[in-house]
Design a protein around this ligand. Structure first.
Ligand code: NDP
Length: 479
């Protein structure tokens, strides 16, 4: 008999924590408990990937009537009903949360709807007052969006807020140029909101392939997003009434000009930008990054190290400095993607409960940004590869058949970065509708170490957009 209440206590019921708990209990017979203070499913299911992707689908119908008319259909333009959609979205998230709870129960995991905190290396204290011991503790508490350090920043929304809006704003200012900023700029634009986006850097989607970033920025502007790069917010105030110049005027209530109970979505906001412009928006949306949820977990007292952004420091096996405590997913700020957190959870179970020490391979992870068009990417960007070795770049940008027929200006991009020495494809970048689906498959070849000649040997599927990936004969440049 073990001296502990459980073999494993998991803190956090998101993708990583739930998977680790289920597999440890279901496949190894371990006695497992899990505590979650909010909804089961975590960021991905409740306030991230899943509701976001459903909003992407909703917004993509904006062009459907016009495109269908170009193909001979007699279809009038329609209007989007946010409250109908939101009701269905909420029902779907309730269903998914139920599935998560059922999966845990089905695997024999005991769950606590409570916040948990480490008391010592083998003990957690729950917000209910209960104290539980475990041989191993797994922290999988995820992350949360952060607002910039700016007076009145509380007036702006973050991604968590967007799914709960009573009504869509007529106009929105999005701050940021990362995944969330660009995805929601496209979503809200598709749903009929006037979207302005300020990004402080020279080009959106820092870290991705430059050519791909350029095409996405161009496509976003073409679709009506008022994108300003090299621009940031300097001041924001709640605006009511009207100024002489026709602008709504700020109401100074407290030292920062805002009522303490005033929150996101409560009325227009007046914003001053670094370019000197002052404009009024119905809402401001901060997509300025995320922070690991490592506060008040009792880490410091135990000597568990955290990094500058609050991320828990772990080794390749997700183990912290305290041998019985492990951490996976966004709280470790390694690669903040759901499938990576799940893999880290599975590797933890292999290592700790199956006697098979397993490190997670964080190399060549395919991923997608769900802009319109999407960006799918795996491996090195042209810029990264050039710094590493001599390369050839194969690239094709064209108007795809489906939208070209409907006389839309949309362009797609297929790009391969090839090592001159080994002929291996070091990177693949696709900007196109469905690029997330395409890169999943291209990712297999790249992960297997396919060469450009392997791609060339593969017969094209015709007529498709992605056949270009196997028919690009001559490099557009060498470097
Ligand atoms: P990102 O780190 O991708 O982007 C944050 C953006 O905000 C950057 O453009 C950054 O600028 C800018 N920024 C940061 N601080 C400030 C500030 N004080 N003032 C103005 N701008 C600021 O974060 P996201 O929140 O978009 O996404 C978080 C993570 O979630 C992603 O990295 C990704 O791992 C994951 N994610 C994945 C998705 C997917 O797989 N499709 C979708 C959504 C999220 P700068 O570039 O100059 O630093």
């Amino acid at each position: 008999m073990s001296d502990f209440d459980y073999d494993l206590f998991v803190i956090g019921g998101g993708s990583g924590g739930v998977r680790a708990a289920r597999v440890a209990a279901g496949e190894t017979g371990a006695k497992v408990a899990l505590a979650e203070e909010d909804r089961y499913g975590g960021t991905c299911v409740i306030r991230g990937c899943v509701p976001k992707k459903l909003m992407v689908f909703a917004s993509e119908y904006a062009h459907a009537p016009a495109e269908a008319r170009a193909y001979g259909w007699d279809i009038p333009d329609g209007t989007f009903n946010w409250s109908d959609f939101r009701g269905k979205l909420e029902a779907e998230l309730d269903r998914l949360e139920g599935v998560y709870r059922k999966l845990l129960a089905g695997s024999g995991v005991e769950t606590f709807d409570a916040r948990a905190r480490l008391k010592d290396a083998h003990t957690v204290e729950l917000s209910t007052g209960e104290v539980k011991t475990a041989k191993h503790i797994l922290i999988a508490t995820g992350g949360r969006p952060v607002r910039p350090d700016l007076p009145n920043a509380h007036l702006g929304m973050v991604s968590d807020d967007i799914f709960h809006l009573d009504a869509l704003p007529k106009s929105v200012l999005i701050i940021g140029g990362g995944y969330i900023a660009c995805e929601f700029a496209c979503i809200l634009n598709g749903l009929g909101v006037e979207v302005t986006q300020y990004y402080r850097g020279a080009q959106i989607l820092r870290g991705f392939d430059e050519e791909a970033r350029g095409l996405i920025a161009e496509s976003m502007k073409q679709r009506g997003i008022d994108l300003h790069v090299g621009t940031d917010i300097v001041e924001m105030h709640r605006a009511t009434g009207t100024d002489e110049d026709g602008m709504t005027a700020p109401v100074e209530v407290d030292q920062y000009g805002a009522h303490p109970e005033d929150g996101p979505g409560n009325g227009p906001i007046r914003v001053k930008a670094t370019n000197g412009n002052t404009r009024v928006f119905d809402a401001v949306f901060f997509a300025t990054g995320r922070k690991p949820n490592s506060d008040d977990l009792g880490l410091e007292e135990l000597g568990i190290e955290t990094g500058r952004n609050g991320q828990i420091t772990v080794d390749g096996y997700s183990q912290t400095k305290v041998p019985s405590v492990y951490a996976i997913g966004d709280v470790t700020d390694r690669v903040n993607l759901t499938p990576v957190a799940i893999r880290e959870g599975m590797a933890f179970v292999e290592t700790v409960f199956k006697g098979n020490p397993t490190e997670v391979d964080h190399e060549l992870i395919p991923s997608a940004v769900f802009t319109q068009p999407e960006l799918g990417t795996v491996g090195l960007t042209e810029e990264q590869a050039r710094d590493q070795e001599q390369i050839e770049v194969y690239c094709s940008s064209f108007r795809p058949m489906q939208t070209a027929f409907a006389e839309r200006p949309d362009r797609v991009l297929m790009k391969l970065i090839v090592s001159k020495a080994t002929r291996k494809v070091l990177g693949c970048h696709i900007v196109a509708p469905g690029a997330g689906e395409l890169i999943q498959l291209a990712g297999i070849a790249v992960k297997m170490g396919a060469t450009k000649e392997d791609f060339d040997r593969t017969v094209a599927v015709h007529p498709t957009m992605s056949e270009e990936i196997v028919t690009m004969r001559n490099p557009v440049r060498s470097a």
